[in-house]
Design a protein around this ligand. Structure first.
Ligand SMILES: [Fe+2]
Length: 210
């Protein structure tokens, strides 16, 4: 597997809004994180938009999350990409399939904000396939956002996506555990509805303190 340079990562972030770093963590490291997470009581998790389970500030309690939060390579990318570069916290999201229930992470198509940038780093702790709720991202969608009709909380209907977005620009982020995804979530994205299994992800939130 070709290792991407910092410049290649930044180019892809600027052009597409997203970049993938394969094998950022080993399988063992992901399994260790899952083991640490299994010690957290269920009541520490809150329900997110879309029905996933979220554990805020995971980094305060779990060493692997703190390590992800303070990763110097990701920090360098954040610093060069935009002013949205203050690593605030790591949140864990768990998606669990429940028969006959529609569950996703994020509650459908949306943008996180209408600001100039919103940088996030994702770490897949489980293998993510088409069925267990992959992150879905519309590359090159930044320029379209101002003209897309939105409803509450920057949400975008499926009809709007079908009308305005080219299918080839929609990336389903199917990848093995250990893959790190860096994305600007002012681009259009969603979590796909889970049909099977379980998906666990660490997300680092970066803020612009300027
Ligand atoms: Fe989002």
């Amino acid at each position: 597997m070709k290792v991407l340079t910092k410049e290649e990562i930044l180019k892809s972030l600027r052009e597409d809004g997203i970049t993938f770093i394969p094998d950022f963590w080993t399988k063992e490291k992901c399994e260790n994180a899952l083991e640490e997470l299994s010690q957290i009581p269920p009541q520490a998790f809150e329900g997110g938009q879309g029905g996933d389970k979220r554990f805020q500030h995971t980094n305060r309690y779990i060493p692997s999350a703190q390590e992800f939060l303070t990763n110097s390579f990701i920090q360098e990318i954040a610093n060069e990409y935009s002013e949205c570069n203050d690593a605030d916290r790591v949140m864990t999201t768990i998606l669990n399939h429940i028969p006959n229930k529609k569950i996703d992470s994020g509650g459908g198509w949306h943008v996180d904000s209408m600001e100039s940038h919103q940088f996030k780093a994702f770490m897949y702790l489980t293998d993510v396939n088409e069925d267990n709720g992959p992150f879905v991202f519309v590359k090159k969608s930044k320029g379209l956002v101002d003209d897309l009709p939105m409803h509450d909380n920057n949400r975008i209907t499926e009809e709007t996506i079908n009308e305005r977005i080219k299918e080839e620009d929609i990336i389903e982020c199917v990848a093995p555990a250990g893959t790190c995804i860096l994305a600007d979530t002012t681009f259009v994205h969603r979590g796909k509805q889970i049909e099977n299994g379980k998906r666990v992800v660490y997300t680092t939130y970066f803020y612009d303190r300027g």
